[in-house]
Design a protein around this ligand. Structure first.
Ligand code: 2AM
Length: 179
């Protein structure tokens, strides 16, 4: 079995900018700069032969390259139930189009359709019982964050290895987007 997800890679420059947002929230587990990415579709555990079908289906996707700009920061959950701090993405029809193509390709491979609406974000930190005032201060201090635009020229199929020190992401394959 392999635990898979499809994501957009970010440039080293943008990852450094994002890593620079870290700090100020007690108990937050900040994503390492090299692990920062934008998930397009979490797949989860699949058997090896289905992973091969997924690879073939992703190879078939035809979608144009596009510019991506990160914009603002936010939180999933609220108060002491805040779970994730994230950087947001400027609205992009090309991104939504690409994500929809990936979703339908994966459903054709036999995966259950994703029921949650796609909300593009880059996870900056995972939280556990954070002090609400510190989360609020993080959001107001970093609210003007913007980075990019960067050219999105491929999508990446990742394997996630779960371990005690947190998940390790292994890039299995890149699928180019059209010029
Ligand atoms: P995230 O985008 O909010 O960080 C690998 O685990 C990636 O898949 C992460 O970026 C993670 O969330 C995303 N993901 C989405 N749904 C998930 C789930 N049910 N379990 C684990 N990761 C999930």
């Amino acid at each position: 079995m392999l635990r898979l997800f499809v994501a957009l890679d970010l440039t080293a420059e943008i990852r450094q900018r994002l890593a620079g947002l870290a700090g100020g929230v007690p108990g937050a587990r900040w994503t390492e700069a090299e692990n920062l990415h934008l998930t397009l579709r979490f797949i989860g555990e699949v058997p090896d032969d289905q992973a091969m079908d997924i690879d073939a289906a992703l190879t078939e996707i035809r979608a144009p390259a596009f510019p991506l700009t990160l914009d603002g920061v936010g939180v999933f959950g609220s108060g002491r139930k805040a779970r994730v701090l994230w950087a947001g993405v400027e609205r992009s029809d090309a991104l939504l189009h690409l994500q929809a193509k990936i979703e339908s390709a994966l459903v054709r491979c036999g995966l259950p359709a994703e029921e949650r609406k796609f909300s593009p974000h880059v996870t900056l930190a995972r939280l556990k019982d954070p002090p609400a005032d510190r989360v609020g201060r993080f959001l107001s201090d970093r609210g003007l964050f913007r980075a990019g635009p960067m050219a999105v020229e491929h999508v990446t199929l990742y394997r996630s290895h779960l371990g005690n020190g947190g998940a390790v992401y292994e890039a299995l394959r890149e699928y180019p987007l059209a010029e």
